[in-house]
Design a protein around this ligand. Structure first.
Ligand SMILES: [Zn+2]
Length: 258
């Protein structure tokens, strides 16, 4: 009995030690970031460089909510609204438009000191689609809207280019845009298309867009109108007619590869 108690105690101590070390390294990271701003001595590792072999990951949280963790460990949230997984501190938050089902910024309680938030307002500054280079990711705002519920002047989609060259396009809320044929030149890796058919384009139009853009993987999201606590429908997602269809369910995380 005494032996069992000893084992439990040592496991408990190891757990406490691990938790403390974690907190300490978080603090060190924060200090490091502050230090960088004050031009303190350079950190030993360059945070903007991916660690060897590390791949970015994408978590689909339901509806249009996504979380990307880059190879460098940077955390990017897109259109926060539903699902689980908002704990990791945000480095970047992207919002496509003002509607409540894309713009629940209060979901993200943990943010790095230098967390950047880019909404449709910055993305459409001066009425032009803007680009942003944050080192670990490049962001290009692209056209979205083009239907009676969404104004092209107040909505954007985004194309993210990660440091390893992987590209991710999120359509935002839209119907077919004039810009989509041009996006084909980018040979995108992952493309998300809204397709609820209530507030946005329906499945056939989304499939047409996917054909125009020609990404390597076409992913249906925002597949139903958000209501009654339902934010995804796999059966409907599987009706998205693209040869490159990739269905990602709520709470599923994929590795982003070139
Ligand atoms: Zn929406």
């Amino acid at each position: 009995m005494k032996r069992i108690v000893e084992i439990i105690m040592s496991a408990f101590l190891a757990f406490i030690l691990a938790a403390c070390t974690g907190t300490a390294s978080n603090q060190a990271e924060k200090n490091e970031q502050k230090g960088e701003q004050n031009s303190a001595p350079a950190a030993e590792t360059d945070e903007t460089k991916p660690s060897e072999g590390a791949k970015a990951k994408l978590l689909y949280m339901g509806h249009a909510s996504l979380r990307i963790t880059t190879a460098e460990g940077k955390v990017i949230y897109i259109d926060p609204f539903v699902g689980e997984g908002y704990e990791p501190a945000a480095d970047l938050i992207l919002v496509t438009h003002a509607h409540f089902d894309h713009n629940a910024l209060d979901k993200i309680k943990n943010r790095k000191d230098d967390c950047r938030t880019i909404t449709w307002k910055e993305a459409l500054a001066d009425g032009k689609h803007q680009s942003f280079d944050l080192g670990y990711v490049k962001i290009e705002a692209v056209e979205a809207g083009y239907n009676k519920n969404h104004d092209v002047k107040e909505c954007v989609g985004y194309i993210l280019t990660l440091s390893d060259g992987v590209t991710v396009y999120v359509s935002g809320d839209t119907s077919k845009t004039q810009q989509m044929p041009e996006l084909a030149e980018k040979k995108l890796d992952y493309a998300f298309y809204c397709c609820d058919g209530v507030y946005n384009m329906d499945l056939p139009e989304a499939a047409e867009c996917a054909k125009l853009v020609g990404a390597k993987h076409d992913i249906p999201y925002h597949v139903i109108a958000a209501k009654d606590g339902k934010y995804f429908d796999r059966e409907r997602a599987e009706q998205f007619d693209s040869p490159n269809r990739l269905v990602i369910g709520e709470g599923e995380e994929i590795e982003l590869v070139k």
